[in-house]
Design a protein around this ligand. Structure first.
Ligand SMILES: *[C@@H]1O[C@H](CO)[C@@H](O)[C@H](O)[C@H]1NC(C)=O
Ligand SMILES: *[C@@H]1O[C@H](CO)[C@@H](O)[C@H](O)[C@H]1NC(C)=O
Ligand SMILES: *[C@@H]1O[C@H](CO)[C@@H](O)[C@H](O)[C@H]1NC(C)=O
Ligand SMILES: *[C@@H]1O[C@H](CO)[C@@H](O)[C@H](O)[C@H]1NC(C)=O
Length: 842
């Protein structure tokens, strides 16, 4: 049943390592690197300098069972020597490669139908599996209709669900046929190459591709640049030129910069893509003409029925200054990135940046369209670029990378020929010198060599093989992965009847808010879950845009400190959004104008920290920086535990229609929060949010509205009034009386400084949300420390209620607030104040 023939065990990675040393160009030294020349009797050095070692098919054994045959043809002058020989299998056979490292590996398979007298390899039909994933199903070289050697590149997981750290590569000939292979590369992948979150198209919440999903490289393209060979790439990848894929070549013009000028930002590996990819791009032909409006479009034929991973590489090599190149990116006519400003991502020109997407090609077209075009935003030059693009097929939930159902060969052919990435490697070295080298290498490298093991197609071990590698687990993760497909990504779709039921037919008594968009109702779903239902008035065009924006925005974003969207309803011209219900309501209500209990300083700090985390995530967590544009105390909601969540993304997106309406909305609706720089220059950056957040901080501290026209003129605007006192170092003069005696002076200082920085006149002087967050956390820390020392001091006398005593004293707070207007009293009151609240000062 199972005879021990056909198993080749390699356990030496020294092979690659030595050859790298001699060629000295690789920055990345993979832990595993197996380069195998199948059926060859000597090691072979290919054009890029790497040396492929023979698979040591034990010719005695192989020939005796007639199942292991190596064929070669030395007349093949033009091709790499790798393609002069092949290992031929008449029965299902296995290569087992035991790697040092588990995790994702590159797997490259070389095929070429070597001419020989024994077998017609061209018409051979066979399947190839790697660790249970079908790479090729009933593959035949002749059906490709091509003469060149074929290189297939995959990413497969080793280890993972199977406990053994082996790559098991199975070649199974169709009945009456043979299987063959010329070369195998197994190279460990650098950490982090595919750890990044993928944004699905159409947009939905980002997700990480489970490592159990295998990938096949379908296209790897260097826009506007030359073809790059494995020699030019630290990971030995091929990059093709993009000319064949440009839909309208006249629309694009290639640009090139010195590759040495390309920078890789901290944290980005040079292995992501060679600098030659980033140093060349296609830009819009005749770019910078006023009012130029078109997209550059590339089209890529793919097989239907799979989800594709798309990685786009960008590098601003065309701008003279930062923030000058802003453009839109589309995949399959859907927005992938809106108003991408590469230079804000990298904070530098000529700096590498990439972003990953996933697109499902189950239905409709079998072409992936990738487009870049000028953004409607602002009067920046109308231009758009793309530097590089990778398209990889993801294995299906049934663990296949080849067409699921082979109806007839025609389908097979059309889907296959176009997918294959082809590679021709030309021989550079050979001869007897090589033979000597092999002998040495063999000796050095193959520490462990076992007798080949051949598994018959229907043997028990063959059938149990999938279990052995833990296929069930693979399926679970593939299943959860499938649940994030775009159609579901936007949340639950509600029937209008469900919404009516939940809100008692939009009962007015359930209205919890009214905004520009419409009314917000409290509702209870069938399952008892409380929700907030935002119902738009369907007539306004602006409403529709905001509606879609909000769905897109919210469903892309998931964060503890962002209000999450549960679903929506678009029935009968209704535009209804269903959110998680925030029992605490808006932050403002807890600060003033209601009889809710007063928030303690610690609670206020925690709320501000929560909101800062939400905004920080908006600015940095998603594929693109998202600017909220309407940060205010009514858009920070609290749940029943007073956890702060940022709400209302209706205005968050860039966009022309929105942009216009927003300026007026903001000026009218959120006056007092508006970034003066934005107001002056109409230029929106995430620092505008930081300014608004500074206003929120002051509001939280002083418990009054951002603008209060009933106050004396100098006090109307909280930002001005608070900054006046902050600059004097006496912010405590105007704080919420309920905080007096509770807030630690150190904590207040830190808080005041942070708010002051947020309110800086120019955006560039303001801190990032991340810095704000850090400073607020520090302020909380100072408060806790002060409280701790206070408690320690009072430990023996009043262990439980030190604050109640302080609060009694703080009854004078009103007076403090009043006297603060008179300069002469300031010193006394602040003296009292600091004595009360700064235990260290006593
Ligand atoms: C760039 O464009 C020029 C002419 O437009 C063409 O001759 C050249 O081959 C192109 N270079 C690349 C790398 O595509
Ligand atoms: C790629 O490598 C080959 C061989 O070393 C070299 O001739 C070619 O100039 C390189 N191409 C680029 C774009 O660096
Ligand atoms: C995108 O639009 C083009 C032209 O408008 C059309 O030919 C193509 O089929 C569309 N692609 C998809 C995926 O909808
Ligand atoms: C670019 O393509 C997208 C998607 O296909 C389309 O919506 C947009 O209108 C196009 N832009 C221009 C300027 O043609």
């Amino acid at each position: 049943m199972v005879s021990l023939k056909g198993l080749f065990l390699f356990s030496a990675s020294i092979v690659c390592f030595l050859s790298f040393l001699s060629f000295g160009f690789a920055s990345f030294t993979p832990i595993d690197c197996f380069l195998i020349s199948c059926g060859s009797s000597k090691s072979i050095q290919v054009e890029d300098g790497r040396v492929f070692e023979p698979d040591f098919g034990d010719s005695d054994v192989g020939l005796s069972t007639n199942s292991l045959i190596s064929v070669s043809n030395n007349e093949n002058g033009l091709l790499s020597e790798l393609h002069n020989s092949a290992r031929v299998f008449t029965k299902s056979s296995v290569y087992t490669i035991s790697t040092k490292q588990i995790g994702r590996h590159w797997l490259r398979l070389h095929f070429y139908a070597v001419k020989n007298n024994q077998h017609n390899l061209k018409s051979a039909v066979f399947s190839v599996l790697a660790n249970g994933i079908t790479l090729l199903r009933d593959f035949s070289f002749s059906r490709l209709g091509k003469k060149e050697p074929l290189l297939k590149e995959y990413v497969v997981e080793i280890g993972g669900s199977s406990s053994s750290g082996n790559l098991v590569l199975t070649l199974s000939p169709a009945s009456g046929s043979v299987a063959f292979i010329n070369g195998i590369e197994v190279v460990s992948m650098p950490e982090g190459q595919f750890d990044f979150s993928v944004v699905p198209i159409p947009m939905g919440p980002g997700f990480v591709i489970p490592s159990s999903v295998a990938l096949e490289t379908v296209y790897r393209v260097n826009m506007g640049g030359p073809k790059l060979t494995p020699r030019n790439d630290t990971l030995w990848r091929m990059w093709n030129s993009d000319h064949l894929f440009l839909v309208n070549p006249g629309s694009a013009r290639n640009v090139t910069k010195d590759p040495k000028s390309v920078k890789y930002p901290a944290g980005e590996s040079v292995d992501i893509a060679p600098n030659w990819v980033y140093a060349t791009a296609q830009e819009m032909a005749d770019a910078r003409v006023v009012d130029q409006k078109f997209n550059i479009t590339w089209a890529f034929q793919v097989a239907r029925g799979f989800t594709y991973f798309i990685r786009m590489h960008f590098c601003d090599i065309v701008s003279a200054s930062l923030n000058n190149l802003i453009f839109d990116v589309y995949i399959n006519n859907q927005t992938a990135v809106d108003a991408l400003d590469v230079s804000t991502k990298t904070m530098a020109l000529s700096s590498a940046y990439f972003v990953d997407f996933a697109v499902n090609m189950s239905a409709g077209s079998d072409k992936i369209f990738v487009q870049v075009g000028p953004s409607n935003l602002r009067n920046s030059p109308a231009n758009a670029i793309l530097n590089g693009l990778e398209i990889m097929k993801m294995s299906s939930p049934s663990n296949s990378l080849d067409a699921e159902f082979l109806v007839h060969s025609k389908n097979f052919e059309s889907s296959n020929t176009k997918r294959h990435v082809k590679l021709a490697i030309f021989a550079t070295l050979g001869g007897l010198a090589g033979l000597l080298l092999i002998a040495m290498f063999c000796f050095l490298c193959f520490v462990c060599f076992r007798k080949p093991k051949m598994v018959k197609q229907k043997s028990l071990s063959w059938l149990s093989f999938p279990n052995h590698i833990g296929i069930s687990e693979t399926k679970i993760s593939a299943g959860s992965f499938a649940s994030t497909t775009p159609s579901r990504a936007l949340g639950r779709i509600f029937a209008f009847s469900e919404i009516r039921e939940a809100t008692k037919d939009f009962d007015e008594s359930l209205v919890i808010g009214v905004g520009g968009f419409g009314k917000v109702y409290k509702g209870v779903l069938e399952n008892g879950v409380m929700v907030a239902v935002k119902r738009g008035n369907g007539k306004s065009q602006q409403g529709l845009v905001e509606f879609r924006t909000e769905i897109e925005m919210l469903s892309k974003l998931r964060h503890r400190h962002l209000v999450s969207l549960i679903g929506y309803c678009e029935e009968l011209n209704e535009m209804i959004l269903v959110y998680e219900f925030m029992a605490g309501g808006p932050l403002r209500k807890h600060l003033y104008g209601s009889d809710l209990p007063h928030l303690s300083w610690k609670q206020r700090l925690e709320i501000c920290i929560g909101a800062a985390k939400g905004l920080h995530y908006l600015h940095t967590g998603a594929a693109e920086c998202i600017i909220h544009r309407d940060v205010k105390t009514t858009n920070i909601l609290l749940d029943e535990k007073l956890t702060a969540k940022v709400a209302d993304f209706g205005l968050s997106k860039f966009g022309p229609a929105l942009d216009q309406t927003h300026v007026s909305t903001a000026v009218k609706g959120s006056f007092g929060y508006l970034d003066p720089e934005y107001y002056r220059r109409q230029q929106l950056t995430e620092k505008s949010d930081v300014y608004s957040f500074g206003v929120v901080l002051m509001e939280v501290l002083c418990a009054r509205s951002a603008i209060n026209p009933s106050l004396p003129r100098e006090q109307v605007n909280i930002a001005e009034w608070a900054m006046h006192w902050q600059k004097k170092g006496q912010l405590e003069q105007i704080i919420d009386p309920y905080l007096v005696g509770e807030v630690s002076i150190d904590s207040l200082r830190k808080y005041g400084e942070t708010a002051e920085k947020c309110l800086a006149e120019y955006g560039c002087e303001r801190p990032s949300m991340g810095d704000v967050l850090w400073n607020l956390e520090y302020a909380l820390h100072l408060q806790a420390a002060a409280r701790q020392s206070l408690e320690d001091e009072n430990n023996n006398t009043i262990p439980d209620i030190p604050y109640s005593i302080l609060r009694v004293e703080s009854g004078e707070a009103d007076e403090i607030d009043i006297v603060s207007h008179g300069e002469s009293d300031v010193t006394t009151s602040s003296g009292v104040f600091s004595q009360l609240i700064n235990p260290k000062g006593r």
